[in-house]
Design a protein. Structure first.
Length: 69
């Protein structure tokens, strides 16, 4: 069986420098989680700017529709 696991974290930051620091920290921590796990076939992490700040709704991870690329 194959599964896809993930995590969503919304941050409020002051600028791109702070966002870059957070992204680097997340990448480091994800590597620690998956580095020695033989069940992991692929992993990727990153951070993106949220452009729509008017509707500051909270997303439920279980409601996300995944699509194959």
């Amino acid at each position: 069986m194959r599964i896809r696991a993930g995590c969503i974290i919304d941050y409020e930051v002051d600028g791109f420098k702070e966002a870059g620091e957070i992204e680097a920290l997340i990448q480091t921590q994800v590597e620690l989680i998956v580095a020695r796990d033989p069940r992991v076939s692929h992993y990727s992490s990153g951070a993106k700017q949220r452009r729509n700040t008017s509707g500051n709704s909270k997303i439920n991870f279980n409601d996300i529709k995944w699509r194959a690329s």
